[in-house]
Design a binder for this molecule. Structure first.
Ligand code: ADE
Length: 366
């Protein structure tokens, strides 16, 4: 009897120790530690994402590079190191927060040269700036999709430090549309929107929330393919001239951001869907500024009162309805990116549904 008692005592002791270890000791702080020690492959295998399992087991999960103790390790896990002698810088095409953006060519062993854009980190940086600069590469290097800008690799072992990405001949979507006002067919515009939605579906399936989806952060290539770019979380918002400080101290691109993300920083794929509705409006108006010259404060108040952007001139009714769907106050009511892609695919297959324009419908009621 004593033996049985002592056995059951040891069992209870074992169970208690197990439960305490599982429920108490593996606190969020410990989870963070464990996560930072796991290799990305382990994180992917266990589908470990911010302490939560992803909704789709088996889908590759995005790993936040900030969870690495050593950010350099994250870069090398997700980005190829490029030998700088394979890069030929040709011209400066822009200025980023960290240094110049250039166009050039990259020689890939065994393949022909390809056109690339090269972001450089200007000299005199501190360690934090180098880490913030390379964070974007650690994020981009995890993605592989035709509507997400492709990372070719990084140069970290010599100076200047560089991020090399595919070259997009037509630059950013907002300025591209402004310089081609009225020049595309409805189908071409819907094709651009379909590409952006497809890239966003891929990101949301991976558990990545963009937070700064706007036409200025979409790049366009020579075939009119649109690709989502500008990754880097907080860094992106520091860099975005549209991002303004809120009363709670966050820096947010107000006109593109869902009300719950402005009020209490609830960023999610549903807040990205709100921003996607604004991108739809930018595309259909050929790069018009959302809410025109209204102040940020007036935009916030108007949205709170239920005001929504009207359809741009010549906009098909179905597309304005989709925008309004993306701008529902209740975030769970907004469409998922997978729904947006299917809806736009149907429009492309049956373009007659694009013929009813908002003006025609409004005209009928007079
Ligand atoms: N500007 C910034 N990134 C670019 C890219 N990948 N291609 C062309 N222009 C760019």
């Amino acid at each position: 009897m004593d033996k049985v008692n002592s056995f059951s005592c040891s069992m209870w002791f074992f169970i208690t120790v197990f439960l305490v270890t599982e429920c108490v000791i593996v606190s969020p702080r410990c989870q963070w530690y464990i996560k930072s020690k796991m290799s990305s492959e382990e994180k992917r295998r266990t589908n470990y994402q911010s302490g939560h399992a992803l909704p789709f087991p088996g889908v590759k999960a995005y790993v936040d590079p900030d969870t690495y103790e050593d950010p350099t390790q994250a870069v090398h896990e997700f980005a190829k190191e490029i030998d700088p002698t394979r890069i030929r810088i040709e011209r400066v095409i822009g200025a980023g927060e960290f240094g110049e953006v250039c166009s050039g060519r990259l020689r890939i062993p065994g393949k022909r040269e390809i056109a690339v854009a090269i972001k450089t980190l200007k000299g005199g940086y501190v360690e934090r700036q180098r880490r913030d600069f390379l964070r974007e590469a650690s994020i981009m290097g995890q993605f592989d999709h035709p509507n997400i800008i492709r990372l070719e690799g990084v140069v970290t072992k010599s100076r200047p430090v560089m991020i090399v990405v595919e070259y997009m001949e037509n630059g950013s979507l907002d300025s591209f549309l402004r310089t081609h006002d009225g020049q595309f067919t409805g189908i071409q515009l819907v094709g651009m929107l379909r590409g952006i939605a497809s890239g966003m579906k891929y990101l949301s399936d991976m558990g990545y929330v963009h937070r700064d989806l706007a036409a200025r952060n979409i790049l366009v290539n020579s075939n009119l393919v649109c690709k989502v770019s500008d990754f880097g979380l907080s860094r992106v918002l520091e860099d975005d001239p549209e991002a303004a400080y809120t009363t709670t101290g966050g820096k947010i691109p107000i006109r593109w951001t869902a009300p719950e993300a402005i009020s209490y920083r609830k960023f999610s794929s549903a807040s990205d869907a709100w921003s996607y509705g604004i991108v739809m409006w930018e595309v259909m108006s050929y790069g018009e500024r959302p809410y025109w010259e209204m102040s940020n404060q007036d935009v916030i108040l108007s949205i709170e009162e239920g005001y929504r952007l009207p359809a741009p001139m010549g906009c098909p009714v179905v597309l304005h309805q989709l925008m309004l769907h993306c701008w529902q106050k209740e975030r769970s009511q907004r469409p998922k990116f997978t729904d947006v892609v299917s809806f736009l695919d149907k429009l492309i297959r049956n373009p007659s549904s694009l013929l009813a324009l908002v003006e025609d419908i409004q005209g009928e009621s007079f």
